[in-house]
Design a protein around this ligand. Structure first.
Ligand code: GDP
Ligand code: MG
Length: 166
């Protein structure tokens, strides 16, 4: 068995960090600077007879005026059409127009969408998380919503368990 999982989200939400953590190696370059990932990066994780192929996408850009941004948008959206599961990565407590734009593009995707609420380690008040997750669920009928910290590795095991079930 094998499945394709696309990791999407606006720049800087932690897509590459998440992929590296899942794979246990630094396959995708991470940086505090946006636009570090310019191509699609594939990573394969084998678990028993299951092979999960992760696709780390460049961030989707709201205003693709520059050619390089248009190129990255194309690379990101073409990876959406042909996958089994979409991990929509966003930052806990920080929702921007760019997130809204990514969400818009996901409306056309056939695969189930899982909202991965990243950087929960940065929340000062842990009890802010629940209302935030509830609000998120009102924006879109996500198939799953999971808070994680890609940097610290919190809840990544739970995320992988969900991925394996799908
Ligand atoms: P991408 O553009 O979505 O691929 O984002 P990156 O993976 O390159 O990460 C962008 C920045 O966010 C980097 O400085 C990461 O170290 C940081 N980052 C990623 N995940 C987390 C997290 O869970 N917690 C915190 N505090 N920082 C994170
Ligand atoms: Mg990246």
């Amino acid at each position: 068995r094998s499945g394709f999982v696309a990791i999407v989200g606006r720049p800087n939400v932690g897509k590459s960090t998440l992929m590296n953590h899942i794979l246990g190696q630094k396959i995708s370059i991470t940086s505090h600077k946006p636009q570090t990932t310019r191509h699609r990066i594939l990573g394969i994780k084998s678990e028993g007879d299951l092979q999960v192929i992760y696709v780390d996408t460049p961030g989707l850009h709201l205003q693709a005026k520059k050619a390089v941004n248009r190129y990255m948008n194309r690379a990101a959206s073409s990876s959406l059409s042909d996958v089994d599961l979409i991990l929509f990565v966003l930052e806990a407590g920080r929702w921007t127009d760019e997130d809204e734009n990514v969400l818009l593009q996901l409306k056309n995707a056939r695969a189930p969408v899982m909202a991965v609420v990243n950087k929960v380690d940065r929340l000062n008040e842990k009890n802010e998380l629940l209302p935030y997750l509830a609000k998120l669920g009102q924006r879109h009928a996500f198939d799953e919503v999971l808070p994680v910290s890609a940097l610290k590795g919190d809840n990544i095991g739970a995320l992988e368990a969900v991925v394996e079930k799908r």
